[in-house]
Design a protein around this ligand. Structure first.
Ligand SMILES: *Cc1c(COP(=O)(O)O)cnc(C)c1O
Length: 492
């Protein structure tokens, strides 16, 4: 299996390890596989008896053909191990008849990014060896909170990789800050900067385009790399849990082999739901994919009208990981439905005017698989409260956007196909908003909200968030945004 860029009409080919090492194509496009491997129903039935790491190795080996099955199994076993995922990698819980929650937040940072970031650094470490890279990869991340912590946990103590995370000193929640500054590992560094997230992001981008800095890093044995969500190495591991969810429904007798299921995915960058689409193309019996958005509903409009227009008000919501107006992975869907020329044309318009419109045939092809719904803040809180009161299921704010959208879809369609709602964060990660949605009352500041929510629900605080305020603080550096490079040099 080889890969090429969504924007390259020549289709220059790259191996999986090159793609994982490089991340983004030189022409600004995203890497896509040159064919879609298929999985038969018999294979799915066999997978049902396998462990999560075995499922992961099986699915990944179909895409990463320059990795052996044994290498992938070793990496998946280390990534989805008991100490990182004590409740299993992706438990499927029944919320009510016909509706299930796929919990992707049982990992070390209590959010779904762990599903990819626990294994991607291991794939990257191997990619460096496979591509003959002599240097150590230095990952630089600017974070508004969640990605930074998940990237730190995923890269800690991985060979040939070091990671440094910059966060805005007053721009992350108290819980997020505690999660980062208490990080352990011998190859990690965390630095606060005076400024906002944009300052941190701009600072990192500046280092990436600084040829003098790159030269100096290289002299010391480092090449810069990123843990960006558009890397194929982050997307591929996300395909696995859709197969896993189907297998779990088979094992518990909720469906029979070959029955179709629907999925409803709380969406931001379109990575998670695109992985469901790939699973469907491979042969997993998925019918509809419901794309759930919060008030930033650019995708809802796009799926129904074929017009993508980011020129709109940006809303700060209680599902911040979905506060996105440019969904990068959508480019991959465009490629699969529209081909290279139209994708390139749309992406050019997006960068020039923030708007593009796809052709009628592309619009129809997208609608065959996807349907978009959005939920505003009130609807989200209401769905969260109703799910808790009626079904005894405690969902976080992002998952609740999906719960609200799944309800809207059911009301409109009367579709009785089994629905898997993808749950992307622990309710404790957004404890104050969850608490307020249920009780109507403001929660205490900082970690106090976690205790209040635990007292209310009786559900144990997710292990990565427990006793956060009692852990040793390992990082306390705060610098001006223009001193970021100096900190990188010190770390090196
Ligand atoms: C990143 C994230 C999402 C959005 O996922 P995409 O793959 O970007 O669509 C949803 N919920 C949570 C909690 C997240 O961290």
């Amino acid at each position: 299996m080889m890969f090429f860029s969504t924007r390259d009409s020549e289709k220059k080919l790259y191996s999986a390890s090159q793609v994982i090492k490089q991340g983004l194509a030189d022409d600004g496009g995203l890497f896509v596989p040159d064919s879609i491997p298929s999985v038969t129903l018999e294979e799915i039935a066999e997978l049902a008896d396998r462990s999560y790491p075995e499922k992961a190795a099986t699915i990944l080996s179909k895409f990463l053909s320059d990795y052996t099955y044994d290498e992938l199994l070793e990496d998946a076993s280390a990534a989805y191990c008991e100490s990182s995922f004590p409740d299993g990698a992706a438990p499927l819980k029944k919320i009510k008849d016909g509706t299930y929650s796929l919990e992707l937040w049982r990992g070390p940072t209590a959010a779904f990014k762990d599903m990819a970031l626990q294994i991607m650094p291991r794939l990257l470490s191997r990619a460096l060896v496979k591509t003959g890279e002599q240097n150590t990869a230095l990952i630089l991340v600017a974070t508004s909170g969640d990605t930074g912590k998940a990237a730190l946990e995923g890269h800690k103590d991985v060979d040939k990789v070091k990671i440094m995370v910059f966060y805005p000193v007053d721009g992350v929640s108290k819980v997020q800050k505690l999660q980062m500054v208490t990080q352990m590992g011998n190859n990690v560094n965390v630095c606060a900067i005076k400024g906002n997230f944009d300052d941190a992001q701009t600072g990192v981008k500046k280092i990436f385009s600084d040829s003098v800095a790159k030269e100096k890093l290289l002299e010391n044995g480092y090449v810069l790399s990123s843990a960006n969500s558009i890397n194929w190495g982050r997307l591929a591991p996300q395909i696995v849990y859709y197969f896993h969810a189907y297998c779990e429904l088979l094992k518990t007798g909720e469906i029979a082999l070959g029955d179709k299921i629907n999925v409803c995915v709380p969406t931001g960058n379109f990575g998670n739901i695109f992985a469901a689409y790939l699973a469907k193309l491979m042969g997993l019996p998925i019918d509809k994919m419901v794309c759930a958005s919060n008030s930033n509903n650019v995708l809802t409009d796009f799926i129904s009208t074929g017009v993508y227009d980011r020129n709109r008000k940006f809303h700060l919501t209680m599902s911040p990981s979905m506060d996105i107006l440019i969904s990068s992975n959508l480019e991959r869907l465009l490629y699969f439905t529209a081909g290279t020329e139209e994708t390139r044309d749309c992406m050019k318009k997006l960068s020039e005017s923030g708007r593009y419109e796809v052709s009628e045939s592309v619009k129809a092809a997208i609608k065959e698989n996807f349907i978009g719904y959005c939920a505003d803040e009130d609807e989200t809180a209401k769905a969260l409260r109703a799910c808790y009161n009626d079904n005894g299921y405690l969902a976080d704010t992002h998952t609740s956007v999906a719960l609200a959208c799944a309800d809207k879809y059911l009301a409109d369609s009367k579709d009785d196909t089994k629905m898997v709602v993808v749950s992307t964060a622990s309710p404790y990660k957004f404890a104050a908003d969850v608490y307020k949605s249920i009780t109507g009352k403001d929660a205490a500041d900082g970690t106090g909200a976690l205790d209040q929510l635990e007292a209310l629900s009786g559900m144990e605080i997710s292990y990565p968030l427990k006793d956060l305020d009692k852990r040793a603080v390992n990082f306390s550096t705060v610098v001006d945004a223009d001193k970021m490079l100096d900190e990188v040099y010190k770390f090196m």
